[in-house]
Design a protein around this ligand. Structure first.
Ligand SMILES: Nc1ncnc2c1ncn2[C@@H]1O[C@H](COP(=O)(O)OP(=O)(O)OP(=O)(O)O)[C@@H](O)[C@H]1O
Length: 343
């Protein structure tokens, strides 16, 4: 059923690590890191997105490089709001709409009413006609193509940058959900502290992320090459090169993987027996960038004894589902609080 509310529809996935913007009929038109660089004294915006991410760890005292979303919550209201406006204006500059668009923004499930309101204000200030807010697990489930409308339990596990959101969806709404602050950023932190402890080397978060993506896995993989990492030795203070192996990565990441499996089991235990029986049969669907960690699906399958399916294009499920929620808005607004409009 199509809604008549929207003219030139825009979907925004406001993620801890990345912000994506999609336009109906055009697809994803913007995909940038959720990072803003500001002048320390004046607060003027110097760079947003990729340009700002390059400045992390490299800026002078005059520039603050901020990640305004952290651990699934809006850590910096004003900067988040300015960033949304900046991204919308940038998309608008490409001339995608002549009339004011309607915007559906996806936010982490942990955000408060006040934070939702701030997001809503930002959309309005950027020139949106109507602003709608949807919570992340529902968007992820829609984007992964789960049959959310059916009277059957579907489990979605969205492993993003700041949070892992585990939810059971049935009949168009979240029946039960859990959000833990253990996801991609936490994996990077674990890698940084492992390398510091094991090799006395202080590496930055960007290097840790690179190690995770290129060498990391949830289980040992002897086919992976080692990777040389050069940074500052914390004892001598001099530059040093160490050779990091896949075994190092698995050891560094094992607690994170265990925590994700525990969150899945806790959510299952809290769900009505009929729904958990559905999930045990149908399986768990993984979305989000963190789900791309090599071998994660099979390790979670071993730990939970439930089939695990990695969604197609896990990094794009949330924005795809946010766009899908626009089409299904008339249905959603009657049955769930996970989609709200015009606060
Ligand atoms: N191939 C990969 N292997 C492991 N991790 C990856 C891979 N590709 C991306 N990631 C990680 O995925 C995370 C970003 O995922 P995503 O864009 O889904 O998060 P987000 O939506 O911004 O965050 P959140 O959902 O917490 O708000 C980052 O931590 C990134 O390092």
């Amino acid at each position: 059923m199509k809604s008549s509310f929207f003219n030139r529809d825009v979907a925004i996935d406001l993620g801890t690590a990345n912000t994506l913007v999609a336009i109906k009929g055009k697809g994803i038109v913007l995909n940038e890191p959720t990072v803003v660089a500001q002048h320390h004294q004046t607060g003027d915006i110097i760079a947003v997105g990729y340009e700002a991410k390059q400045m992390i760890g490299r800026s002078s005292g005059n520039i603050d490089v901020i990640r305004p979303m952290q651990e699934g919550v809006i850590a910096d209201f004003e900067t988040t709001s300015t960033m949304i406006q900046y991204f919308l204006n940038r998309v608008d500059a490409k001339g995608f709409w002549t009339k004011k668009p309607s915007v559906m923004i996806c936010v982490p499930s942990g955000v408060t009413k006040v934070e939702k309101r701030a997001v809503w204000d930002a959309g309005k200030q950027a020139g949106a006609k109507d602003v709608f807010v949807i919570t992340e697990p529902l968007a992820a489930a829609l984007g992964a193509g789960l049959p959310v409308w059916e009277p059957t339990g579907n489990m979605i596990v969205d492993i993003g940058g700041g949070t892992t959101e585990v939810a059971i969806v049935s009949l168009g709404g979240l029946v039960t959900s859990r959000s833990i602050r253990i996801a991609g950023d936490y994996m990077d932190d674990q890698i940084q502290s492992y390398i510091r402890k094991q090799y006395s080397l202080a590496i930055g978060s960007a290097t840790a992320e690179l190690l995770k993506i290129k060498l990391g896995s949830a289980k040992y993989d002897d086919n992976r090459d080692k990777m040389d990492v050069r940074d500052r030795d914390i004892v001598t203070g001099l530059p040093e090169t160490v050779s990091v192996s896949n075994h190092d990565m698995v050891t560094a990441l094992q607690d994170t993987v265990q925590s994700i499996a525990d969150a899945i089991m806790d959510t299952l235990e809290a769900s009505p027996p009929e729904l958990s029986a559905d999930i045990m049969e149908r399986g768990i669907v993984l979305t989000g960038g963190g789900a791309l960690l090599s071998g994660l699906s099979s390790v979670v399958r071993e730990m939970t004894a439930i089939p695990v399916i990695l969604a197609e294009d896990p990094l794009y499920c949330v924005v795809r589902g946010t766009m899908g929620a626009i089409d299904q808005f008339s249905q959603l607004k009657h049955i769930t609080n996970d989609v709200e409009m015009n606060m």
